[in-house]
Ligand binder design. Structure first.
Ligand code: ACO
Length: 433
């Protein structure tokens, strides 16, 4: 990388100034390369929450938060949603280019022939309580997959990495559906390889062995769009978690399990579940004003869930596309008068006109409408974040692979501003008060 300019850091305490190179990306903000800061000055940067820190180089996903733009490998999310299926976008994100017909056929085939899980994995489930949260089960099962597939865990071997990649992408729908089936006490459904990726997932979720399940193509396509919208989103909390876990050389199943754990949080992927709980709590349009007042109150923990984003300071393009999918699903199911959808739209309108949200540039994010579609599709609230994990697995693997191939990659090891005690006087236990 050639530096396009230099930044000079000067100190008010007489220390000499130091210079750092500035690099420009193909688009987006420049970065100041501060890697030599500690060696040159003995100081660290302090940036909790990575508000101003680029943690890596990447060529996968670009977001312009001010304009509300999301691109994967140079293609707008709107173009991809309209023209591609799930595995086509997965190929793009993983391989860096759209597949031609032969490449797509081979990729789809390879994913398809890896959809079954080791039979013993089914027994792993019975160690969990039936009412366990699906994300708790998924963290365990996906992490546990390393124990079933340890023939492909050498992360320095590109073939091993590719086998693990196929296994994860192919088996995630199977293990997510198994998590649901275990929870409701129905038999696990084996995958069917004559079905597409999303159709197969729907059948494993909603089918039962005693009758034929025919997925509704409108609903399959709507779910496919939502899953594509969740596939990657550059260096978010769970992706950064996957990269950090992977930076130590951990195996891909362990890294993806770490990503699932991070995604579970309500400030991240858990927000789609929280949105539905919030809509339930609001209950009626007449309660919106009271709820909004609470969400604005700094003394209340309650936020307007599904609103706000660290990067988007404009309408999240994914929220708009999901709103479209929501219309398709509700129309197909004859639920246009769905009370929850109407409540969500009324809530969005009030918030978008409220000075508090306008001033802070808080707009609906991807989670605001996704839960309504999931609910209409018959997916229980507790499974929402599991579906997010299913889709995001593609992005996590692509980012993990990119990290491994990056010559600048080092074990992730942030430093700290230490404010603790330095000369505590030891008092034996018996004398402590
Ligand atoms: N409701 C009410 N106030 C909010 C909201 C919200 N949803 N989001 C942010 N704010 C306020 C904050 O209180 C803060 O106000 P202040 O300046 O008066 O203190 C200001 O807006 C800035 O918010 P931060 O929390 O500093 O923004 P940050 O970038 O750290 O957080 C986040 C982003 C976590 C997404 C936040 O907006 C939030 O908690 N939203 C609700 C949860 C949610 O929907 N998460 C899903 C995100 S998308 C995803 O992960 C897939």
């Amino acid at each position: 990388m050639d530096s396009k300019a230099k930044a000079t850091l000067s100190f008010s305490d007489g220390r000499p100034s130091v210079e750092f190179p500035i690099y420009g990306g193909s688009v987006g903000p420049d970065v100041i390369d501060v890697r030599s800061l500690y060696a040159k000055t003995g100081a660290f940067t302090y940036d909790p929450g990575f508000m101003s820190t680029a943690s890596c180089k990447s060529s996968i996903t670009y977001i312009d938060g001010d304009q509300g733009v999301l691109q994967h490998r140079g293609y707008s999310i709107e173009t991809l949603i309209e023209n591609c299926d799930f595995l086509e976008v997965a190929y793009l994100i993983l391989r860096g280019k759209l597949p031609n017909a032969a490449e797509k056929k081979e990729f789809d085939h390879t994913v398809t022939i890896h959809t079954m899980v080791h039979e013993q994995l089914a027994r792993f489930y019975s160690g969990f309580r039936r009412d366990a949260h699906p994300m708790a089960v998924l963290c365990g099962v996906v992490g546990g997959m390393a124990a079933f597939y340890h023939d492909s865990l050498d992360i320095n071997d590109p073939t091993h990495r590719m086998i693990s990649e196929f296994r994860l992408i192919a088996k995630m729908p199977t293990v997510v559906a198994m998590t649901y089936k275990y929870n409701i006490g129905q038999p696990f459904m084996y995958p069917r390889n004559d079905l597409g990726y999303v159709e197969n997932f729907m059948r494993m979720m909603f089918g039962v062995p005693c009758e034929e399940y025919r997925p509704n193509p409108v609903l399959v396509r709507a779910l496919e769009k939502i899953l594509i919208l969740h596939m990657d989103h550059e260096q978010n909390a769970s992706t950064s978690t996957v990269r950090l876990a992977g930076s130590s050389g951990a195996n891909p199943f362990a890294c993806i399990a770490a990503g699932i754990a991070s995604l579970w949080g309500p400030a991240h992927g858990g927000a789609n579940e929280a949105v539905l709980k919030m809509l339930d709590e609001i209950g009626d349009v007449s309660n919106i004003d009271r709820f909004i007042a609470k969400a604005k109150d700094p003394h209340e923990v309650q936020k307007l869930m599904g609103f706000g984003h660290r990067v988007y300071k404009n309408y999240d393009p994914r929220a708009r596309l999901i709103q479209g999918a929501c219309h398709d699903v509700l129309a197909e199911l004859g639920l246009e008068d769905n009370k929850m959808f109407k409540l969500a739209m009324a809530l969005e309108k009030v918030a978008l006109e409220d000075e508090y949200f306008v001033k802070r540039k808080l707009f609906p994010n991807v989670d605001f409408y996704s839960g309504i579609v999931y609910k209409a599709l018959g997916i229980p609230v507790s499974m929402f974040t599991a579906l997010f994990a299913l889709a995001r697995t593609v992005g996590w693997i692509a980012q993990w692979n990119e990290m491994i191939g990056d010559a600048d990659q080092k074990i992730g090891r942030p430093r700290q501003l230490f404010l603790g005690e330095t000369a505590a006087k030891f008092v034996p236990l018996a004398q402590r008060r």
